[in-house]
Design a binder for this molecule. Sequence first.
Ligand SMILES: NC(=O)c1ccc[n+]([C@@H]2O[C@H](COP(=O)([O-])OP(=O)(O)OC[C@H]3O[C@@H](n4cnc5c(N)ncnc54)[C@H](OP(=O)(O)O)[C@@H]3O)[C@@H](O)[C@H]2O)c1
Length: 296
Amino acid sequence: MSMENFKQKYGEWALVVGASTGLGAAWAEECAKRGSNVVICARRLEKLQEVSASLRERYGIQTKEFVVDISHEDAAQTIVDNIEGLDIGVCVYNAAIEHVGFFIKVAEERHKEQLVGNAQVPMELCWHLCRDMARKHRGLILLCSSMAGTVGCGNNAVYGGVKSFELILAKGLWYEMRKYGVDVAGVTVGAIATPEFARVQEEQAKAAAERGEKYKPAKATTPADAAAYVMERAGKGPHLFTSRGDATLDKLMHILPLKTAVTMMGGAMDKNFSQGYDLLDDEFTEIARQRGKGAR
Ligand SMILES: NC(=O)c1ccc[n+]([C@@H]2O[C@H](COP(=O)([O-])OP(=O)(O)OC[C@H]3O[C@@H](n4cnc5c(N)ncnc54)[C@H](OP(=O)(O)O)[C@@H]3O)[C@@H](O)[C@H]2O)c1
């Protein structure tokens, strides 16, 4: 989507959920660059205010920010209340909740948070926004998915499941909503150098050092490049990627025999995420030790 046509095609305001840092802030900047006013939300108000101030100063747009926690069941309603009266033409649902670890070693409550924040809340928000956008015959909704949602991912089974839900939801809505002039797409986000990504890399490097292994940091796209790559392609189909490399990897995952693909995903996570489980030293630790097959 060209810079000039963006605001004209979609409307005055862009909403980015989860825009206090990293990729979220980059989505907001891409919209501001195209002349949209931006309304952003996340948990840290101060960070949101910094992002807003910087966008106002550099692009001369209007901004609004508010606090929301997407792990709360009423989060979609909080967002809807806070955008009342704004002509929302674009929504990027970027925020996510991820609790990595073997399914049986992560607390049930953490799994539920992932369902709420990555499935229930985006679905409810889409319901509201799609109806509003259908009335206006215009709009753009992007739901952020992940490589973890491509084929199934051990150590990240629930997160992968809900990220797949976001992608499949977006693809279905792409078909329905284009009849009303509204663009919807799921975005498979690859490795992006966000603060969260940096934290995880640090954790992995530490785990590798503890195993006495060399650690090779993963290559990652910058948030700015990823957001620009997607926004240039907005409106061009139901499934977008954050780089050409991510699109190729996705293709490869679907060409490989499923067993191989799922084993590759789970194996990479096995190696990298040996720390950080909620339920360490429970009965399964001994069972896993006896089986000796890499279970935990
Ligand atoms: N980075 C990667 O390599 C990567 C890979 C695959 C997929 N993705 C997907 O890309 C998107 C962004 O990824 P990211 O997390 O790395 O980067 P990010 O955009 O740097 O940060 C996530 C944003 O969401 C907000 N957020 C987190 N938890 C929240 C909560 N409970 N309620 C409200 N807001 C919340 C954070 O702000 P506060 O902390 O202030 O709330 C932050 O603004 C996600 O959908 C993720 O699944 C990323």
